[in-house]
Ligand binder design. Structure first.
Ligand code: MLT
Length: 265
């Protein structure tokens, strides 16, 4: 069921399905909660599955200016409170959702039973990447979301996806097109401000699963394996046919890895 929840001076659309221990999925940029449909279907039979549209995305409120990863993490905590989820949860974030998960670990480690980091990075932006984000933020409010919708999808998928899964590329293009340009801009500025998590990785004792698509060109398997190695309780899994959107491109092996992690940790 979709719930509309008001917290932190904003309204959030949240999928809340199933019962039992909670698992919460945080989408990537500039997508929305529908990217996790295969995980909702797979895990709502055994868990309470919570999937919000993060601030500025999907059907949630758009905030202008800069929306930091910390703000998004505070939103997620407020949503869990509103849903009366007090037991520690499994938190699964993809890319930007992973940046939010790091912040949630920093501010509320007690709320986390497990962490799943999909196709994400621990390092902060280089100056060049950060400049590029600010430039994109300025352009998207003038030119609209189609600018991102036309340029991004091919970089998010494995190289053969255009011929093997064209409908998923189109689905992602439509998700980006539906994202408010001000939401895209505010999130780009927030991601540019995020901190380098590398020094804190050895302190993350939470049981963790690190998942990466073999063809991910944004957060490469080498980079993700290396940060997983720096985390004391992390297991690294590669999804052979996927790019940057492993849970959406290859839901079966991704869900199998998550299911095994949930059963054994
Ligand atoms: C994402 O998929 O969320 C983005 O690649 C994150 C980013 O731009 O760093």
């Amino acid at each position: 069921m979709t719930k509309t929840i008001s917290v932190n001076q904003a309204e959030f659309a949240v999928t809340d399905e199933g019962a039992g221990e909670a698992i919460c999925f945080l989408h990537g940029f500039p997508l929305n909660r529908s990217m996790w449909q295969a995980q909702v279907d797979a895990f709502a039979t055994s868990h309470r599955v919570i999937v919000p549209d993060l601030r500025g995305h999907g059907q949630s409120t758009v905030t202008q200016g800069t929306v930091t990863m910390r703000q998004m993490a505070d939103d997620v905590v407020a949503l869990l409170d509103a849903l009366q989820i007090t037991q520690p949860i499994t938190l699964c974030g993809l890319s930007m959702g992973g940046y939010v998960a790091w912040e949630l670990w920093r501010s509320h480690p007690d709320r986390l039973a497990r962490l799943i980091l999909c196709d994400t990075r621990a390092v902060a932006d280089t100056e060049e990447v950060s400049r590029g984000r600010h430039m994109m933020a300025a352009q998207v409010v003038v030119n609209g979301s189609s600018m991102a919708a036309d340029s991004m999808p091919s970089k998010l998928f494995a190289p053969d996806a255009e011929s093997t899964q064209p409908e998923k590329l189109e689905r992602v293009r439509q998700m980006i097109l539906a994202t408010d340009p001000e939401g895209i801009a505010a999130t780009q500025r927030g991601m540019a401000d995020r901190i380098d998590m590398t020094p804190q990785l050895p302190e993350i004792t939470t049981k963790s699963l690190v998942i990466c698509g073999t063809h991910d060109v944004i957060s490469s398997p080498e980079e993700m394996r290396s940060f997983a190695n720096a985390m004391p309780n992390a297991t690294f899994v590669e999804i052979p046919k996927a790019g940057h959107l492993a849970p959406l491109e290859c839901p079966d092996p991704t869900n199998a890895a998550i299911r095994q992690f949930l059963a054994t940790s």
